[in-house]
Write a protein that binds this ligand. Structure first.
Ligand code: SF4
Length: 265
């Protein structure tokens, strides 16, 4: 059973990438799970025709037992779970992730599953949000970034967390923001931290159009170039054998890398 965690700066498109990967894996016949760890609990909506499902933590709060939690069936049978989060200002989202994933293991996860994708929020790997890694659930991480400084800064910070935890990075995915020389900047960044770029996803309005309809691109525009790109990204992730603990850069070196690449002074 392959278990991968998708990290990256907030708003960088982790859920879009995660949901399209899940849809692509399921389309290939793989028994696939999507586990949304964002308190907003909206990452699985495109796998579920735009439907928002009750979260694990909401159901627990209402007195539900672990075994009463129902898992939603999404596109091509992708099993969708949203962990949810605490009320604003109260409790620890990370603690909720730990409780929920333990329960999922007890009640649902078994050897028949081919791949589990954890869609993990935030750009800071706090003890709580690192739970899928710290608890040894996810054993491979992919970081979504763009070529913008703040996105690479967040990616670098996540690498620092992985380094501290001794967890392997499978590679970086560039979700384009159409900045200059973006693919090669992210590729160079990946090499400098001892990793690699596994995929470049160009900006394409088909993503927004499909999301407005509550669909992934794989479902909503299966013959589009973007759907083909998501499938290729999934293949590269499945084929990926090389992973290693990343060595973060000094933040000023990221600035230097971008200055050199974009020719800005
Ligand atoms: S461990 Fe993370 S999620 Fe939990 S309270 Fe601290 S910062 Fe928030």
């Amino acid at each position: 059973m392959r278990q991968i965690a998708i990290y990256g700066k907030g708003g960088i498109g982790k859920s879009t990438i995660s949901a399209n990967l899940a849809a692509g894996f399921a389309e290939r016949g793989l028994n696939t799970w999507y586990v949304g760890c964002d308190p907003k609990a909206d990452g699985s909506m495109t796998l579920l025709g735009g439907r928002k499902i009750p979260t694990f933590l909401e159901q627990k709060k209402e007195g539900g037992k672990d075994e009463d939690y129902s898992v939603a069936d999404g596109f091509k049978g992708v099993k969708c779970v949203e962990i949810g989060g605490p009320l604003a200002g109260v409790g620890c989202a990370g603690r909720g992730i730990i409780v929920a994933v333990h329960a999922l293991y007890k009640e649902f996860f078994d050897d028949r599953i081919d791949i589990i994708i954890y869609d993990v929020p935030g750009d800071v790997v706090c003890g709580g949000f690192a739970a899928p890694l710290r608890e040894g659930f996810a054993n491979e991480v992919f970081i979504v970034t763009s070529g913008e400084y703040l996105s690479l800064y967040a990616a670098n910070n996540i690498c620092r967390g992985l380094n501290n935890l001794g967890v392997d990075l499978g590679g970086m995915v560039c979700n384009s923001r159409e900045v200059d020389d973006e693919e090669s900047s992210v590729s160079e960044f990946a090499e400098r931290i001892g990793s690699k770029l596994v995929g470049f996803v160009p900006r394409d309005r088909v993503v927004r159009d499909c999301e407005n309809l509550g669909r992934t691109v794989i479902e909503g525009a299966p013959d589009s170039e973007q759907a083909k790109r998501f499938r290729r990204l999934g293949e590269r992730i499945l084929e990926n054998k090389k992973k290693n603990i990343p060595s973060p850069m000094a933040p000023e070196d990221i600035r230097e890398l971008l200055r050199k690449r974009t020719g800005s002074t």
